[in-house]
Design a protein around this ligand. Structure first.
Ligand code: PMP
Length: 298
């Protein structure tokens, strides 16, 4: 279902509502050549909008497309769209690029023939609480099996079945493993666990998205004096975790209330990470510098 309030940038103008941006001749419609990103406006803040704008450019280039606009233009347009809604609104900002018209049998993309659109829609920030996680039977592909370095729509066919399977079993989301059997991420977020006051998270290995929120939360926790270890983690590690939380651009930091059949305790670290993120976002990024100074980091 399309959100009630949505604004679409396409071919040089803002359109009210969803716009028919992809044609029946587009490569993207037949062969899944879309890349996208997601960012937020909430409580007047748009944290790391520059990084999300830069990432869609990299994603498009990874897929062999030549982006028709640069990162600064993507960012500027997203800011313009936000201004149309108002700074007090909770919004989800989604830029997309895709490969346009091609002929039957043409598998490779035409680099110069790249479409660009932005959708901005009203979306409340989910409150923490009640988020549940199971383990998915479906794995993450290796970089030599799929374009895992891009935030590509085509990868999300697998994520959609991870999510559908989790929901069918009564969970909000699921952990998926990489092909070596280590925990990778969920269908839409990165994942962290806590043991003895130390935070652990999978080390980037090309088999999951090294999320912008993930990297931000790691930096914020470390600047706050909390030890964060990036390493290979197994399901046994998660079975004995005191706490689990996930990060992603939609909800930022979300504590896991139930993991498999286990009710998790009070999410102390999850809520601390959330608080640090909000402080960072609402201070326009100044908190990081201040925290780093206090922690004796540069
Ligand atoms: N993993 C997957 C599969 C995702 O879809 C997302 C959301 N983009 C993330 C992780 C989190 O990444 P980010 O913090 O950059 O949004």
């Amino acid at each position: 279902a399309v959100g009630k309030e949505i604004l679409t940038w396409y071919e040089g103008t803002w359109h009210d509502g969803a716009a028919p941006i992809i044609s029946s001749a587009d490569h993207a419609a037949w062969l899944g050549s879309t890349v996208f990103d997601g960012a937020r406006q909430f409580e007047g803040a748009r944290p790391d909008l520059d990084l999300h704008s830069a990432r869609i450019i990299r994603s498009a280039e990874t897929m062999g497309m030549i982006p028709p606009v640069d990162a600064a233009t993507v960012q500027g347009l997203m800011e313009e769209g936000c201004a149309r809604f108002g700074a007090d609104r909770s919004l989800y900002l989604r830029p997309m690029m895709w490969s346009r018209d091609s002929a039957p049998g043409i598998i490779d993309v035409e680099p110069e023939n790249t479409g660009f659109a932005i959708c901005i829609e009203a979306l409340d920030m989910p409150a923490p609480g009640g988020f549940s996680l199971t383990v998915s039977p479906f794995c993450r592909p290796r970089p030599d099996m799929a374009v895992t370095e891009a935030k590509a729509g085509a990868l999300y066919a697998n994520n959609a079945r991870i999510m559908a399977d989790a929901r069918k079993r009564g969970f909000s989301n699921a952990l998926s493993l990489d092909v070596d059997g280590f925990v990778a991420e969920t269908a839409s977020t990165n994942v962290f666990m806590v043991r003895d006051g130390v935070v652990f998270t999978p080390v980037p290995n090309g088999m999951f998205l090294n999320g912008i929120t993930r990297q931000r939360v790691i930096a914020l926790l470390r600047a706050d004096g909390i030890e964060v270890v990036e390493t290979s983690l197994t399901l046994d590690d998660f079975d004995t975790a005191e706490e689990i939380f996930v990060t992603g651009n939609i909800a930022k930091v979300m504590p896991v209330a139930r993991y498999k059949d286990r009710e998790m305790g009070t999410p102390r670290m999850g809520m601390r990470a959330r608080e640090l993120y909000w402080d960072y976002a609402l201070s326009g990024g100044e908190t990081v510098a201040a925290l780093r100074k206090t922690a004796g980091l540069v």
